[in-house]
Design a protein around this ligand. Structure first.
Ligand code: CMC
Length: 391
């Protein structure tokens, strides 16, 4: 088999060829299918971007209308899924519920998707885009003990996210355009990010020819961790902790630099971006606008600003190219928009869904081999079996 190259964390190994997302970590460039993230965030909308990421081209008016309509046809979730939701304790984390529900969808949608058949794949895309959004918001309804809301066919996709989350049984839901616009932008910025941990997981699981929903469910679990998508929740919890502890950002900066302390500054650093995270730039601007428009005055934001300013000037952070990443600002903006902290990573998952689907599809269409890394064995050499009385 020849010598094995060891690369823990795949810091230098490409796992596949992909035509979906271009990322230049040195220059801070991010493009979906050749379109800059800046242009897409400003001129497009989430559903269009989802279509672009998955199918490769920006949709025509007819294509996007059909796409939205076809998604709508798949927003009903089997009533028996509610029994599964009921089984979760109220304190369950929404990401755990979401991963389980996504996998459970397989049981109600058992058709094996043939990724190479355009019609099959298109139907599967519409199904998961519809059902995932609904069950994602149901995790929030569940942990709060609220009745579940259903998709409203008179509303667009992202508006539906808001009404599914927040509509009260007592009346219609009025969408705040500032909130809607910010959430749409956040979803766009999260839509794909090439071979990150959750996407690689989706590809890895799918490479055994496991189904689309099962693969996406694995992606949700991978995203949950605080070093990946879970960082947005961890950022807010960190800021709250600093606030409770007297608001001294400097103290936490020192903790982050102390190699004997496992604490890391959440929302700082990135495996690929070493100058800045272009998504963070766009979100920071959006966060400033939203906070001004909504008139939010939150002491947590002051701590975030202090931390950011100090870290950007600090030798430790500068030397290691540690900049605020997308999760640093997304947590702040979600909070200002009234999204509960425990739902932050679910927001990331809704945004990332098109990327996971696109990468799963590409992997299958390209007939990628099963993912099966090798290892360097460092355990015991062959030894004689030890009988029970000798152990
Ligand atoms: N606070 C303090 N020190 C840090 C941090 C941080 N947030 N991030 C990296 N470092 C240090 C690290 O200790 C190491 O120092 P040294 O060279 O002295 O040993 C050096 O910087 C390089 O770090 P690394 O862990 O080798 O870098 P990585 O590429 O393996 O990890 C990362 C990248 C994002 C996991 C890491 O920067 C981190 O843990 N950040 C905090 C969590 C976070 O914000 N994650 C969200 C990432 S962006 C969106 C997403 O992917 O979901």
């Amino acid at each position: 088999t020849g010598a094995i190259t060891l690369d823990p964390g795949y810091k230098n190994s490409g796992s596949c060829k992909s035509a979906i997302t271009f990322l230049d970590g040195e220059e801070g460039v991010l493009r979906y299918r050749g379109y800059s993230i800046e242009d897409l965030a400003e001129k497009s909308n989430f559903l269009e971007v989802a279509y672009l990421v998955i199918f490769g081209e920006l949709p025509t008016q007819t294509q996007i209308e059909k796409f939205e309509n076809d998604i709508r046809k798949h927003t009903l979730v089997n009533e028996e899924m509610k029994g599964i939701i009921d089984g979760f304790p109220k304190h369950a984390h929404p990401m755990g519920i979401l991963a389980s529900l996504t996998c459970a969808l397989t049981a109600f949608n058992p058709k094996v998707v043939n990724a190479e058949c355009e019609k099959d794949m298109y139907e599967a895309v519409c199904k998961i885009m519809g059902k995932f959004l609904v069950v994602a918001t149901w995790t929030y309804r569940k942990i709060n003990g609220y009745p579940l809301n259903y998709y409203d066919n008179t509303m667009p996709y992202v508006d539906n996210f808001l009404q599914l989350m927040f509509k009260l049984p007592t009346g219609p839901y009025k969408v705040n355009p500032v909130v809607l616009n910010a959430i749409d932008k956040l979803f766009i910025l999260h839509a794909d990010h090439e071979q990150n941990c959750s996407t690689s997981t989706v590809r890895m699981v799918g490479s055994s020819h496991a189904g689309l929903f099962a693969s996406i469910s694995a992606g949700v679990s991978a995203l949950w961790g605080p070093l990946h998508g879970g960082a947005n929740q961890a950022v807010l919890e960190m800021l709250e902790e600093i606030q409770k502890d007297g608001g001294d950002a400097n103290k936490y900066l020192a903790k982050a630099k102390d190699k004997n302390d496992p604490f890391r500054l959440m929302g700082f650093g990135h495996r690929v971006y070493k100058n800045f995270d272009p998504r963070a730039r766009i979100i920071k601007k959006a966060a400033d606008e939203v906070l001004a428009e909504l008139g939010v005055d939150d002491p947590i934001l002051k701590i975030a600003k202090d931390l950011e300013e100090m870290a950007l000037k600090d030798e430790y952070f500068v030397a290691r190219n540690l900049y605020p990443n997308v999760d640093f600002y997304s947590g702040i903006i979600y909070r200002a928009l009234g999204i509960p902290t425990e739902m932050f990573t679910v927001m990331f998952a809704i945004g990332r869904l098109p990327g996971w689907v696109a990468q799963w599809k590409e992997m299958r269409v390209n007939k990628e081999p099963i993912g099966r890394p090798r290892q360097v064995y460092v355990g015991e050499p062959l030894r004689p079996f030890k009988e029970m009385n000798e152990r």
